[in-house]
Design a protein around this ligand. Sequence first.
Ligand code: ACO
Length: 401
Amino acid sequence: VVDIQRLYADAGVFTFDPGFTSTAACESKITFIDGDKGELLYRGYPIEQLAEKSHYLEVCYLLLYGELPDAAQLEDFENRVTRHTMLHEQMQYFYRGFRRDAHPMAIVCGVVGAMSAFYHDSTDINDPWQREVATIRLIAKMPTIVAWAFKYSIGQPFVYPRNDLDYASNFLHMCFAVPAEEYHVDPVLARAMDRIFTLHADHEQNASTSTVRLAGSSGANPFACIAAGVACLWGPAHGGANEACLNMLREIGTVDRIPEYIKRAKDKDDPFRLMGFGHRVYKNFDPRAKVMKQSADEVLHLLGIDDNPTLQVAKELERIALEDEYFIEKKLYPNVDFYSGIILEAMGFPTSMFTALFAMSRTVGWIAQWKEMIEEKSKIGRPRQLYTGPVRRDYVEVENR
Ligand code: ACO
């Protein structure tokens, strides 16, 4: 048994904080969360105001450059993003190497990482111009990458970006248009989509953003760093929760089965958790969940499916959980993922696409945090550990073991 006191006697001040529950790894001017109040600010602006009054590309500008753009700055930024929406034609071959039933996150992770093999003029992290080009490329190409992962999975031809459409409309077009048929993007759905992008755009030092920063701290190129973020986001405790949440709501199926699942979530011997509930930082309502719930109501109403059984189960589950001692005591509230899946499903996305949509929206947050880190010339990230393995011992020849 290791004598930890003796082993680390000369280590100086040493903190042990598994899960980083109370350790700040960086300074940042981008996003602020007050978990007790349930407040989320991007560069000082409340998320509710941005979700209602702004739109995703304006929010991207805000996150990247620190201020809301004036009209000319916004137009210039939108033009720059629009000019980069195409993927290198050869990148199509990557897709064709995947099985049709590959998870879209596996494809997105691979294709984003492979961008560093195509865009050599934007991989030098020490050149501000290259950093800027990489930033614009990632924001511009992510919708194309994600939409093509979807098209590939359903065996349809890739649809090229349409630069006459706004960001969200273009994405929906690439996902749902079929070459031989007319397809018009519903502006209501495009607005709802855009709002989902805004709500997911950044969330300070969550697991995937911290992964991007850690990867970037070694000097890795931006495409490799964002691929690392995509991989981390995939897990069900993080971005994968939206997929897991809708699967859970479907499994519950009817409101009369909710108490059974609440009981399971409280049982320490059962690994089941209520997906879409709880958050490391929010000990109050996640403000994004409130906007998402309202959006779910609006979208389903406009589509004429107010009586959607999954939405009914979600609302009733929320009501019961919020009155339950266990959830009250542990301060477990619905998070951003609780209602997002219901909207995405109503729009026509399969659950396997949900996390890929999250990755696409979060790309701006990842890249803004990466840029901030590079510009501040941060040290390489290198957490320490508390060693609890065997003490020093001598090698024993195999015949003597
Ligand atoms: N259902 C039931 N119990 C829960 C839940 C839940 N969803 N979340 C937390 N708890 C309980 C834990 O069992 C634990 O109980 P204990 O103190 O008796 O051991 C206590 O609440 C604290 O939970 P931790 O896991 O220690 O809290 P942590 O901050 O590490 O985890 C997390 C946060 C991962 C989000 C967790 O709440 C969870 O797993 N939620 C479900 C998955 C989910 O919705 N993830 C999305 C998060 S938002 C995002 O990434 C976009």
